[in-house]
Design a protein around this ligand. Structure first.
Ligand code: FE2
Ligand code: FE2
Length: 395
């Protein structure tokens, strides 16, 4: 196990501690840093165009004991039979174009006009959340990278024939439609500052993410199970709100993405279910470890070149609109505890029993803390968002 120490920074959580990552980085204001490099006898001034945010906690790598890699190798056939069935053949998949005006048709301009008319009825705060969701989806290269950090299941070549690698590539290909569809819809809506959004995406992909999964597929698949359900919930809620604002077509767009997330959740939770069967002790320990660290959202390092707390601000709006809330966090955890029958596990070690107790008791604890925090919560401030031309939205 390799440990890498980084500078510790803490930031207070003004909004909700459960929808936010446990420790949000304090971003270096120096995104343009001049550095001096000596090259031969000549001193060369180079401008660093981008410096990733400072890490905020200890980064642990390769925490799974090497012998456990064999578990994943021996699951190859299982994955072929049980995991790949949750992928949809490309020919049967929806494509973004199915939900967008057809640029080759005579009716294109009319369809765009209708889309923009419908979008006019939707408030700015909704757009802030939809943009945040779209940016999260657009940082897909980071998530494929994250899956390929996992020992025993990574795609070793980029075209590896193992079931794990086939899954990861096809999952990525399915996910790629999500950002694409939302991006094109938002572009056509005329309601948002596409350049500011595009900058945020570039910053986010450049920053990566730190889910603290430690190259450990136990942690990795617990994380993805949680995340796929979280995105299912959040896209489902943007669908519901679009319908309430009278935009059935946008509701359909968010709904069809939510359905994919659900299918992906089924696949990832199945992997963890199998791990519970093979190695209940190791899996319950991993589950407790992941929950102690809290599940950080994939876009937690979001930045638009200006707002150092952009992710917190976006999350606060999502929380206020009920798109993704602290209650959802507790609900997802409770769902997973039930899905994996954690309470019924027997034959665990002492440590395992402690971990079992911890995760089973966590959802009600989170709810109690959240209720207390809500009682203390003051009215949220108003914040301008670059994504909507600095129009202000209540947090
Ligand atoms: Fe997605
Ligand atoms: Fe997803």
């Amino acid at each position: 196990m390799a440990l890498k120490l980084n500078a510790f920074n803490f930031q207070s959580h003004k909004y909700s501690s459960f929808v936010l990552p446990p420790m949000v980085s304090l971003r270096s204001p120096k995104f343009f840093m001049a550095a001096s490099l000596r090259s031969g006898t000549k001193e060369v001034e180079t401008k660093k165009p981008f410096s990733p945010p400072r890490e905020v906690h200890v980064q642990v790598t390769h925490s799974m004991p090497p012998q456990k890699i064999e578990i994943f190798k021996s699951m190859e056939d299982w994955a072929d039979q049980n995991l790949l069935v949750h992928l949809k053949p490309v020919e049967k998949c929806w494509q973004p174009q199915d939900f967008l005006p057809d640029p080759a048709s005579d009716g294109f301009h009319e369809q765009v006009k209708e889309l923009r008319e419908r979008a006019k009825e939707i408030p700015d705060d909704y757009f802030v959340v939809l943009v945040g969701d779209m940016i999260t989806e657009e940082a897909l290269p980071t998530y494929q990278t994250m899956l390929n950090t996992l020992d025993g299941v990574r795609d070793e070549t980029g075209a590896s024939p193992t079931s794990w690698a086939i899954w990861t590539r096809a999952w990525t290909a399915e996910e790629n439609r999500h950002g694409d569809l939302l991006n094109k819809y938002l572009y056509l809506s005329g309601r948002v500052d596409m350049r500011a959004i595009e900058k945020t995406i570039q910053y986010l992909i450049g920053s990566g993410m730190d889910p603290r999964t430690e190259n450990n597929p136990y942690l990795g698949f617990i994380y993805t199970s949680f995340q796929e359900r979280a995105t299912f919930v959040s896209h489902g809620n943007t669908a519901r709100l679009a319908k309430e604002h009278g935009d059935i077509k946008l509701a359909q767009i968010c709904g069809i993405i939510a359905a994919d997330e659900k299918r992906h959740e089924t696949a990832y939770t199945k992997i963890v279910e199998k791990l519970f069967e093979i190695d209940p002790d190791g899996t319950v320990l991993a589950f407790a470890d992941m929950m102690r660290k809290k599940i950080s959202m994939p876009a937690h390092l979001m930045y638009d070149g200006r707002d150092d707390n952009l992710f917190d601000h976006f999350s606060a709006v999502a929380q206020r609109l009920g798109v993704y809330t602290a209650k959802d966090y507790a609900d997802i955890l409770e769902f997973l505890v039930g899905r994996w029958k954690v309470a019924d596990l027997t034959g665990l070690s002492g440590e395992g029993r402690k971990a079992q107790e911890y995760v089973c008791g966590l959802p009600p604890r989170i709810r109690r803390l959240e209720k207390r925090a809500q009682g203390r919560a003051k009215q949220g401030p108003i914040m301008p968002f670059s994504w909507i031309y600095d129009r202000e939205v209540k947090l």
